[in-house]
Design a protein around this ligand. Structure first.
Ligand code: AMP
Length: 385
């Protein structure tokens, strides 16, 4: 039986652990609905802090400061899954944390995450735990090469990942783990990468955006478009997998499932993120509800919003590299010469190579039109410079 839980209505204060761009866009959505927003992270003048009502600055391990923050809010969520579990536990002594600490615990460790998925019958890339060179050699013998060796914790955007091609590379690859626990994954020769952003409320209402299709460059998301170019059967299957994952983890909030589509049309879950996702940025301009508003609704116990697509859409990330290529500030006006293109910047002062600074969104008459238009807009940022 679903339990009726009173929603936290506008006027309440949302607490966010982490203060990057995902927190910024969540804070903007929350403020549009009339919520107050407090953020907590070690950074000052952060992307989320700039648009929040209050920016708390402190270490995640400073539990007195974390509790002081939690006492000023009505609910806590996070925009960054590498928040230590003690931080979320300290908040949970005072207010609800959504999704709860268990979801964080499972998803911040690749071995726990893949183990949980495999136990629940969700298809994942074949994997092995690596705690010694002997483990690594055994995994390579059983699952074969090429393969990927990842650190079990604190990885994102391909950080802490090594591709293994030959047996003689194993000792050096193991040494590079520096004693950290690792996960060995069979190499997936995927046809495409997709993601499903889904939300679930405390009353078990579930809604998922249609899968996004993602193209990466140098391990970082480059361009996303929606709807993904997959069959409707595969779309349904991906959404059903997401539903099973959110239900078995009892997620209250929003969670993203990253999947590989294999050449023979199977789905394998690559990774979970218990939060909004870079690929979901397109929802702000292409869907009736953005992923950020959906996260807010799920966390506050409001009914979920429609995930309907207004039009095919595409998103292009803007990394610090654009500033470097432009030799200064990119030509925003040139990108916006296409009136359907929308610019979203995160308020980060320092454009470094590989750093996510913002993105461009557009809708189009078709996916191909949207993708072409967003790539052209991004090219114009540096062309005349
Ligand atoms: P991750 O940090 O696990 O999301 O990995 C970042 C990117 O590396 C993925 O989006 C893939 O493009 C690639 N990748 C990760 N794991 C594998 C794998 N087992 N086989 C092939 N490519 C992978």
């Amino acid at each position: 039986m679903s339990e009726r839980i009173s929603p936290l209505l506008p006027g309440a204060t949302l607490g966010i652990l982490g203060s990057g761009q995902l927190g910024r866009m969540l804070a903007l959505a929350a403020r549009e609905l009339g919520y107050r927003v407090h953020v907590y992270s070690p950074d000052t003048d952060s992307p989320a802090g700039q648009v929040a009502d209050r920016e708390f600055v402190g270490r995640y391990e400073d539990l007195d400061a974390v509790r002081e923050f939690a006492r000023t809010v009505d609910v806590v969520t996070f925009e960054f899954e590498n928040v230590p579990s003690v931080t979320s536990a300290a908040c949970a002594e005072i207010v609800p944390v959504r999704p709860d600490g268990r979801v964080l615990h499972v998803t911040q460790h690749r071995l726990r995450e893949k183990g949980f998925l495999a136990e629940h019958g969700i298809p994942v890339t074949p994997f092995r735990a690596i705690r010694s060179l002997a483990d690594l050699e055994a995994a390579a013998a059983e699952l074969g090469l090429p393969a990927v060796l990842k650190t079990a914790s604190f990885g994102y955007d391909g950080k802490g990942q090594q591709k293994l091609r030959r047996l003689d590379e194993l000792p050096a690859a193991y040494a590079r783990l520096g004693g950290a626990e690792g996960i060995f994954e069979a190499w997936v020769d995927f046809a495409k990468e997709i993601s499903v952003v889904a939300a679930r409320t405390a009353e078990s209402e579930f809604r998922a955006f249609a899968p996004f299709e993602n193209a990466h460059a140098h391990h970082i998301l480059d361009v996303t478009f929606t709807p993904a170019d997959i069959t409707s059967a595969l779309t349904d299957e991906a959404v059903q997998l997401a539903r099973r994952i959110l239900e078995s983890l009892e997620v209250v909030g929003l969670l993203t499932v990253e999947l590989f589509v294999t050449g023979d049309g199977r789905l394998l879950v690559n990774e979970l993120a218990p939060r909004t996702h870079n690929s979901g940025h397109i929802t702000r301009d292409a869907c009736l509800t953005s992923q950020f508003e959906q996260q807010l609704r799920a966390v506050c116990g409001l009914p979920l919003g429609s995930v309907e697509l207004r039009a095919p859409g595409a998103m292009a990330n803007l990394l610090g590299d654009e500033w470097l290529a432009a030799g200064g500030v990119p030509d925003w006006a040139a990108a916006l010469a296409d009136p359907q293109v929308k610019l979203h910047l995160y308020g980060k002062a320092e454009p470094r190579a590989g750093r996510k600074m913002g993105h461009l969104n557009t809708t189009g008459s078709s996916v191909a039109d949207a993708v072409e238009r967003i790539r052209a807009a991004r090219r114009r940022l540096t062309e005349g410079r």
